[in-house]
Write a protein of this length. Structure first.
Length: 354
């Protein structure tokens, strides 16, 4: 089995991608077209009423998961993702979709989508070859819980629609692999026109290897020549920015236990002067305090996922002077207390209000 690294493989504690998803403004129109009340969805998901009306919609992984769970619940249709996915593939305002639809082949399209996803979300597309098969898999890198089925269906239906639109051929995968328990098999097999394997180790579309070489009738080399340099430049700039930020956060996490590191501590560990590191952070429009908070929050999730650690121990490991300071800081950033977060994400029974 050979895995082709179309997206970058990322340590959840040291990501080089953006931490937020850019949500397409087309989503609001799709909800309306499918008679799904937008306001009810947003309120069920705990999002503010104008969330989908912003010029630039950003969501954490948890917010994204919550939004799509709400769409499924409010719609009353557990297979609604199959209908929404293909419609979202025609969003002309998404650079990665434009690049994909004007690619040379299905493989080229998948590679471009995977590459430019690094600009828009903490998600990886992984392509794995095995004999005469190839699997396209979506991975949500920062999810504390399993992704909702509606989102899995939407992503898989979206990538298939890209292939069909680009080639002009209604080809289908050999099979669909889903990690969830058997449910709505008939609707899924009707949509993908193939066998669905439930209880699998991954969520993936499995194609014939020959399908990857299918040429795109929508191929436009002139357009690609115009947009690719700009997208590559944005990706390189984002990568450079993340490299500096990740180096700082990695050092913070390494020295955080039991004390609060300073800018001087981190600069020394990186072999830089305090002034040089401060200048670099200023150029990136980020403060040391912001990175300290982000590093603490990353580690807080990590430590809270270990039920053997008492909350007082977590507070100490994160360098807080006392438990109350930890509780206030966590509540301010997450909207819930550390205890409630642990109950919600680690499946701890007996959750109570705090």
């Amino acid at each position: 089995m050979q895995t082709i690294p179309l997206g970058c493989k990322i340590d959840r504690m040291n990501t080089t991608q953006t931490r937020a998803f850019r949500v397409s403004r087309l989503v609001a129109r799709q909800l309306k077209d499918h008679s799904i009340p937008e306001l009810a969805v947003l309120r069920r998901a705990g999002l503010w009423d104008g969330w989908l009306r912003q010029e630039k919609i950003l969501a954490t992984t948890e917010e994204l998961f919550g939004f799509w769970r709400a769409v499924e619940e409010i719609s009353g249709d557990p297979t609604v993702g199959l209908r929404l996915g293909p419609n979202l593939s025609i969003d002309g305002g998404t650079p990665q979709t434009i690049a994909a639809l004007h690619s040379e082949s299905f493989l080229d399209a998948i590679q471009r989508i995977a590459r430019y996803k690094k600009l828009t979300c903490p998600e990886e597309i992984r392509l794995t070859r095995a004999e005469d098969e190839c699997a396209v898999e979506f991975l949500f890198l920062l999810g504390a819980r399993a992704e909702p089925p509606i989102l899995v269906d939407l992503c898989l239906a979206w990538i298939l629609d890209i292939g069909q639109r680009g080639t002009g051929v209604r080809f289908y995968p050999l099979r669909v692999e889903l990690t969830r328990a058997p449910d709505h098999r008939e609707a899924l097999e009707e949509h993908f026109r193939c066998r669905v394997k439930f209880g699998a180790a991954r969520n993936a579309l499995v194609f014939r290897s020959s399908d990857l070489s299918r040429p795109f009738i929508t191929h436009n080399p002139e357009l690609l020549a115009l947009i690719t340099p700009q997208m590559d430049a944005e990706l390189a700039a984002a990568q450079s920015r993340r490299n500096v930020i990740d180096e700082v956060k990695t050092v913070i996490k390494r020295v955080l236990a039991g004390r609060r590191p300073t800018l001087k501590d981190v600069a020394r560990a990186l072999g830089l002067s305090t002034r040089t590191l401060q200048r670099q952070l200023t150029g990136l429009r980020v403060t040391f305090q912001q990175l300290l908070q982000e590093a603490r929050q990353d580690l807080a999730h990590h430590y809270l996922s270990d039920k053997s650690l008492e909350l007082s121990e977590v507070a100490y490991l994160l360098g807080f002077a006392d438990v109350n300071s930890f509780f206030r800081a966590f509540q301010r950033r997450e909207g819930v207390s550390p205890y409630r977060w642990r109950c919600r994400h680690v499946n701890q029974p007996g959750a109570v209000r705090q």
